[in-house]
Design a protein around this ligand. Sequence first.
Ligand SMILES: [Zn+2]
Length: 340
Amino acid sequence: MTKRTYVNFKVLKEHVSLEQVLTHYGLMPSLTVKGDRVSGCCPICKSQNQTSFRGSLTKNIWNCFSSCSGGNILDFVRLMEDTDIRGAALMIQEWFNLDTRSLMREAKGDQKKKTKSVPETESELDLAEAPPEPEATPQSVNPVLTFELKSLDPEHPYLFERGLNSDTIQEFGLGYCNKGIMRGRIAIPIHNRKGERVAYAGRLVGEPTKEKPRYKFPQGFEKELELFNLHRALPHLPAQPLILVEGFFSCIKLWQMGYPTAVALMGTSLSESQLEDLVELEGPEGSIHLCFDSDQPGIEASTSIAYRLSQHMYVRTWPLPRPDIGPDDCTREELAALLP
Ligand SMILES: [Zn+2]
């Protein structure tokens, strides 16, 4: 039996540039370089269009306007080599002779020196939030989960207390988990836009403490890369308008109330990656409806996110009828009066 080789995607992306990868393939001479931009024929799909392939040497991302979409260095190598993300990562690790395990440990050591303060707020997802650093926005994908949490209890009283019915609980695959890292929590499966399961979030049943945050995400999962519920919303777009909310339960409850196009940020911050996905989904003719919680963090987030999105599309914000509630606390009538 061979031991599975360790590779850390994030560390690779931090240590290997797009230019290094293009150089490895001997592609740099055939590309036009202007400042930090490169362009040329796409080496993946071999499109003859001279500008089909474009990359940014500082952001280390690329796009193909013919057929390959785009991404980071891992996506590039994955498509060049016709492999999966892990296969691509292993190749890059070998080409550039990197030890991602020790690099990651070094990085962790550095992080510990900077003491992090956790803001004390009442927001639903507060403890899961760390303010994103715009420069360090990860440009990757979350790997698809290879396991499924079995024996989740879909009849746990907490779910009904949140006003969910059994159809909804089943649709979203929710259930109480009594073992493993999600022990004592409601497990909430998170899918990518293709509907592949990429993680479980765990909502604590009971009051959160410093050691037990309200929400728990698995290590290595980057929630900044996903919009919760997007795969269920997609078939209804653009016939119905996209509704952006903060939390899982807002999204799930809206779905139950007949709003299938709600997607959740899983917090109060909009990452660059989520912004790009929304812009791509909606386009300049598109519109988006913000329905955030009516507590202070929700109101502030709603204002700044509305501003950022409004640079790209039509944005409408929907203030909730009472303070300190989420859309999931609203009655059917209140929502009907509120939402498009
Ligand atoms: Zn291409």
